[in-house]
Design a protein around this ligand. Structure first.
Ligand SMILES: CC(C)(COP(=O)(O)OP(=O)(O)OC[C@H]1O[C@@H](n2cnc3c(N)ncnc32)[C@H](O)[C@@H]1OP(=O)(O)O)[C@@H](O)C(=O)NCCC(=O)NCCS
Length: 142
């Protein structure tokens, strides 16, 4: 497990693509320039899991001073079921704890049973049924 830097950009984007994440926006908030700004801001941390020098898993950890968010947790298919995602979540919580953040959250798309089971196993509790996620954005690439 190690903290990633902008030099790892191509590697973590490759993991996200291999993992089939549909939410990545390489022209918007996931561009290299966008990450340069985000990582410089002090509220974003990327953690990587390496196996024999290969980047196998990634999680993007953010906080707003009140709550911590685990975003874009992904493990490349060849490295699944080894406990890497669970370890990444543990590292994310440690990073947030060190920042004084005590509440951790993640958004999981409907039907993503592996992710839901993972978080529940790690002690996360699902919000009450009917909770709605709303967002406002300037366009599909943002
Ligand atoms: C979800 C994901 C990150 C899990 O990665 P992983 O490294 O294989 O997970 P782990 O080995 O740490 O598994 C820990 C626990 O998660 C749950 N889990 C993981 N994969 C699972 C699967 N395919 N089906 C059901 N439960 C699963 C299990 O409870 C597992 O514990 P167990 O091994 O004792 O049964 C991975 O499947 C992935 O990258 N998926 C695509 C991207 C994604 O959906 N990310 C989540 C965004 S919210």
């Amino acid at each position: 497990m190690r903290i990633l830097t902008l030099q790892d950009y191509d590697g973590w984007m490759a993991v996200w693509r291999a993992a089939g994440l549909t939410s990545i926006r390489p022209l918007g908030r996931d561009s290299r320039d966008a990450f340069a700004r985000q990582l410089a801001g002090g509220t974003h941390t990327l953690i990587g899991a390496e196996v024999d020098g290969d980047l196998a898993g990634v999680v993007l950890v953010t906080h707003d001073g009140r709550k911590g968010w685990l975003n874009r947790l992904a493990v490349a298919p060849a490295y699944r079921h080894l406990g890497l995602a669970a370890r990444l979540v543990g590292e994310a919580e440690r990073v947030l704890q060190a920042e004084g953040i005590k509440v951790y959250a993640a958004l999981i798309e409907p039907g993503n049973e592996p992710s839901l089971r993972l978080f529940k196993k790690l002690g996360y509790v699902e919000a009450e049924a009917g909770m709605h996620y709303v967002s406002k954005r300037p366009g599909p690439d943002a």
